[in-house]
Design a protein around this ligand. Structure first.
Ligand SMILES: Cc1cc2nc3c(=O)[nH]c(=O)nc-3n(C[C@H](O)[C@H](O)[C@H](O)COP(=O)(O)OP(=O)(O)OC[C@H]3O[C@@H](n4cnc5c(N)ncnc54)[C@H](O)[C@@H]3O)c2cc1C
Length: 345
């Protein structure tokens, strides 16, 4: 009989992030599929009661918590100690957790301490023949595998964006406090603050409905024999502001900056999608001025509806991978789109 534990942390405002609710959905999927399994929740944070209450209507039968000032900030030593203690208190055999940067760097170490195993970047959980199974992708999202493990505890880190977020209602949860005696050696690291771009300079928005991808064409010479980078920059910025889309880029466009050529000032390598970039998940995608290649389209696999604007009607990428291709000048199309979006606002 498996004991399934959702392991999450409360945000600084006491809430549970969407990624935690997605992991909760996966944990509950396993719990429903595995006959006779138990389902518990474990929470870490400065204060965990509000987070527990926010999901109190879920079918978990026990809540474990490690709370206190020492556990509000992300820090390997305190997070690992808290996670280890909760896993032991719950006697969990399967631990499901969100694959956020905070948990992804801590939980494989916790698996080691517990004599278990961890799998990262999991995109699905299923049951087959009475056994829990996971799905994950290999070779930069080219091959999908279904696998299982006999080793317990088994820690499963769920990739954010891969699940529906559990919308179970709130209520009043009874949280069993797990006591920890945190040695001073575990308190040496302190988070001094968070530096982040201003809201309007933050172009990567994982929760956006649309991924807007820019290619090197935005910086190329246009029909008048000139490049129009400042106009391109303004069109793209205006579109992002009006649509709240997330910004992706082709490798070529990101690389141009490193080669000293004129490039869009707000792009960094973090925007690059594809084989050597990231694999964002969004309901829709619009690529502009991209020719792209197979490695690039790998980054598009998790976009449900894909459209492209390119001047080149023979572009193999656009023909083969986009659901709708507009053979048009992206400068003109995006200017019109921005005009329509502004009028709608
Ligand atoms: C090992 C390896 C890994 C790679 N990994 C990645 C990766 O992770 N991500 C990635 O993106 N690439 C990757 N690449 C590079 C990839 O193969 C392509 O070279 C790259 O994606 C092309 O970028 P692009 O489409 O922006 O530029 P280009 O190929 O230069 O295409 C520009 C396009 O813009 C169009 N255009 C120009 N002006 C306009 C206009 N006014 N309106 C509309 N369209 C216009 C042109 O018709 C052209 O199609 C990788 C390559 C290798 C070898």
């Amino acid at each position: 009989m498996e004991t399934i534990l959702l392991l999450a942390y409360a945000e600084s405002d006491g809430s549970l992030a969407k990624s935690a609710r997605e992991a909760l959905h996966a944990a509950r999927t396993l719990n429903k599929a595995l006959a006779g399994s138990s389902f518990f929740v474990g929470l870490v944070g400065e204060n965990v009661q509000a987070a527990a209450d926010s999901i109190a209507a879920c079918p978990a039968t026990k809540y474990f918590g490690v709370a206190g000032a020492d556990f509000g900030q992300p820090r390997y030593t305190s997070d690992a100690a808290a996670s280890e203690a909760i896993c032991k208190a719950a006697q969990a055999t399967i631990v499901v957790a969100p694959a956020t940067s905070r948990w992804a760097r801590v939980l494989p170490g916790v698996a080691q301490r517990l004599g278990g195993r961890a799998d990262t970047h999991v995109t699905g959980v299923i049951e087959a023949g009475g056994q829990p199974m996971i799905n994950r992708w290999y070779y930069r999202q080219r091959m999908e595998a279904t696998q299982t493990r006999t080793q317990r505890p088994w820690i499963i880190l769920i990739d954010p964006g891969s699940q529906t977020a559990c919308e179970c209602g709130s209520g009043s949860a009874k949280v069993e406090a797990v006591a920890i005696n945190l040695p001073d050696a575990c308190r040496r690291t302190t988070v001094m603050g968070i530096r982040e771009p201003k809201a309007d300079a933050q172009t990567i928005r994982p929760d956006a409905q649309l991924l807007f991808v820019t290619g090197a064409g935005w910086t190329k010479k246009q029909a008048d024999g000139q490049a129009h980078v400042p106009e391109a920059e303004k069109l793209i910025r205006d579109f992002l502001r009006l649509s709240r889309a997330s910004l992706g880029s082709s490798k070529s466009l990101v690389d141009l900056g490193g080669e000293g050529q004129a490039v869009l000032s707000f792009l960094s390598h973090l925007n690059q999608i594809g084989q050597t970039g990231s694999t964002p998940r969004h309901p829709k995608g619009l690529s502009t001025c991209c020719h792209g290649e197979e490695p690039h389209t790998v980054g598009w696999r998790f976009i449900n509806e894909r459209r492209a604007i390119s001047l080149d009607p023979n572009c193999g990428w656009a023909r083969g991978k986009a659901d709708v291709l507009y053979v048009a000048d992206a400068f003109k199309v995006m200017a019109k789109v921005n005009e329509l979006l502004a009028a709608k606002k």
